[in-house]
Design a protein around this ligand. Sequence first.
Ligand code: GLV
Ligand code: MG
Length: 355
Amino acid sequence: MRSAKDFFAPLAVGAPAPVREIPARPSRAIHFFDPSNAKMAAKIPQMVGTVDVLLGNLEDAVKADNKVAAREGLVEIATETDFGPTQLWTRINSLDSPWVLDDLTRLVPAIGHKLDVIMVPKVQGPEDIHYIDRILAQLEAKAGLTWPILVHAILETARGVAEVEQIALASPRMQGISLGPADLAADRKMKTTRVGGGHPGYLVRQDPIDGDINSARSIFQQDLWHYTIAKMVDACAAAGIYPYYGPFGDIADVVACEDQFRNAFLLGCVGTWSLHPKQIEIANRVFSPSVEDIKHARRVVAAMGDGTGAVMLDGKMEDDASLKQCLVMVELAEQLAAIDPILKASYDAIEVDDA
Ligand code: GLV
Ligand code: MG
């Protein structure tokens, strides 16, 4: 077994030292684009500053014939674009594909200094992260990078879900994990053909009214992804990394999209994927604490003084633990306000009433 002392040693001579803490950079929306699609690629420079993360996708949704064009397109966009506060991520091809090695050996020397995070699809277990960890260290050393590229795993295999804690802890490079509902549904042999979201058949039904099973009983759709997201959130929180929802494929259904994103936010996720510009607005709104929440949180912080004991506010008990919940919101609001002037103005305008 590897000694804890070696965990933070570079995995190749000359590679940058692994980070000890994953920076809490805003990543409410990870906007996917296909770098082989000239129309899409042309829009990327104008999107800088409007979204927290731009991700050049090389994997699924890019045709096999376009894999090289997508990789080269990403090199070109990354070289020519100043990303300012916006992060640049990529999703490489899966480890069992013939393209992934070229993805890594081409991207890291060419644009490694601009890539914040590499998303690894179809992760099965910690051994997949170890493979990426070592090869990235070798390439970083060769390229003379001074800051390590972070790694993000997609949770989209049944074994990946079973081993999510080991994946989250597999390397100091691990930045976060996203749900991959489409591949995961296929791998688990779930009987849904949708990309994320609920299903009308997955429900609970109100008891029979007056014993009549044919009475008009309410039905409540349940969330197919609740178990997986909750498990992923715990694994990420325990490892000090960040959990994300993933794709929501029904672009037209902005209402259900917002519901799924909000469920993920409430459960602990920090962001989600965006497959269309209109999902960016939804994600930015949903993954930012509301003005009401921040107003309440600041009121609790003010009322709790040194943070110990209990107070009553509007008939509700607040104590050390509820203060910590409020601090999660306040800290997130501060991180987001630092890069989002409109959000900052809305938080700055809050007046905290007297406790
Ligand atoms: C995403 O990659 C998914 O499979 O849902
Ligand atoms: Mg997938």
